[in-house]
Design a protein around this ligand. Sequence first.
Ligand SMILES: [Zn+2]
Ligand SMILES: [Zn+2]
Length: 345
Amino acid sequence: MRAVTFRDVGDFQIEDVPKPSLQAASDVLLKVTLGAICGSDLHIYHGHTPINPGAVIGHEFTGVIEEVGPEVRRFRAGDRVVASFFTACGHCYLCRRGWFAQCVDKGTFGHGEYFGNLGGGQAEWVVVPLADHTLEVIPEGMSDEQAIFVGDILSTAYFGAERAEIRPGDTVAVIGAGPVGLLAVMAAQLFGPARVYAVDMIDARLELAQELGAIPVNAAEVHPVEFLEKATHGHGVDRSIECVGLISAVDTAFECVRGGGTISMVGVPSKTEWQFPIMQAWMKDLTFRAGWCNVQAYMRPLLDLVAAGRLQPERIISHRMRLEEAPEAYRMFDAREATKIVLTP
Ligand SMILES: [Zn+2]
Ligand SMILES: [Zn+2]
């Protein structure tokens, strides 16, 4: 089958690899119908995430089930499904407490040997282990483009907004208007804020953020913390959602909130450590949360919100390309010429 593989740093190729087959009784074999390129794939591309050469890339995907293992209960051949970007067992201590992202038996798709040795979704087929706790059926009438992001970036954005504790009438700053930030602009509005600001430096992203309901703040033109302070009569915003992971963005997220406010960080940290401003946090009664998304807990309700027309995540897709065009798609995404690219096998 055709698949996008890691060859070397900065070198992803599309090539022929063996078609995967069921290994365990809880596996399903999925014929991929759509894959998406994610910022996390760029971490691999740039060599920031360790991976073995030959590994198949891709952790955001939808597909149609071709084969099910004998222990799979929730799915049948022919079901059209969306996958979480990681697997969860569903019965360990933390899964039972609803923290699937902390499952002891978790693996991440498209991240090679060091992250559970799972296949990737930027391919024609992929095997999904622990399928009962990793997949959700896509509602009838919903397109793959509408559904695909619940498996990663829409759940992440919603998780960020929920943990920001937004209340009706609040002001919210979303730091970074990349794919997750744009979806955070959408997700934040479900909680009834008075205003949502989107901070970025790329015009095209800020324009889209505005279309999606945010007030754009171009950090290349104004100092975002000063701008937000002025816009909130000197107080600072009530909540910030950090969607970048760069230390400068975390600092902005921290500095732009008022006393008693909440900072919710979902961007993948660019460094393993950061000097926590404990005095500022104490003096200002701040709440700081950071974490990667507990996707499995959000997929079903988010699919319901999309089905009801209350979220339109597909609006962030800027490019639709063929799987065969993946090397060019990566070049474009890396150069920030594209907001979000989906690939069709
Ligand atoms: Zn992703
Ligand atoms: Zn578990």
